[in-house]
Design a protein around this ligand. Sequence first.
Ligand SMILES: [Fe+2]
Length: 295
Amino acid sequence: MTSQLEQAVLQDHVDLRLIASEQAPGAERNQIVQLDPDHPGFRDPEYRARRNRIAQIAMSYQPGQPIPEAPYTAEEHAVWQTIWKALRPAHETHACAEYLLSVKRLAFDTERIPQLSEVSKRVEAISGFRLEPVAGLVQPRVFLENLANGVFLCTQYIRHHSTPLYTPEPDVAHEIIGHAVTLASEKLAHLNRLFGEAVRRTYSADRLSLLSRLYWFTIEFGVLREEGKVKAFGTGLLSSAGELGEMHKANLRPLDPGAVFEQEYDPTRYQPILFCAESFEAMYEQLRDHLIGWR
Ligand SMILES: [Fe+2]
């Protein structure tokens, strides 16, 4: 049984991979999402039905098999178009060079939501990482440990069309535009793998929560300096045009794992504190060395 502390560590708007308290053995990857009454899609029976269908795909998925296609509607493809329209200029201004290169490598269709199977093939050819579908709720340890195997567990549904630029939970836009793109960078993919390996060597909930914080403030919300400007490499920033545009208002602290471990965060709001590396290379080397040395 997972402790309260272990459950809390990735409880956030982008990696809400939680957790029913009682789970059947082997079911931990695929708990179906329950929408809260304040969820934008709560009162939309069609959306809820589609969410359940997409969740069923993940629940019946067997690792190693082709990922079944998710049935997106024209309205949902329009959400994807709206997200890209907002993100494209925000990326040009605020995304780090490595991210912009990786977007080009994946060459997305911005008119329609790509299927996970297509994206996974392209990412795997670059870094060896595969995407695998999950219904939405996964134990933080399960999510992080899969990274050690080069597997990124992805949700497949898209946010509700009434709020195209907001999602209270990780959706396919965050997974693909944020995580899949960064996994098409060999160095960022390597760091994800090292996080997974470090989690595997971590037995206490307290130590797991430290690694989760480091993941949050780097892979999810990391920034770095590039030619004198602050640029984003974190997937939570890079998949949210709103937060990307506001990130310069955050209090920037030098990237230092010891300071990150002390820093709490509130996942329900724009991050008021971000940790900033001196460069992409400095970030990569600092995290790589810390994670390899993690005991
Ligand atoms: Fe995420």
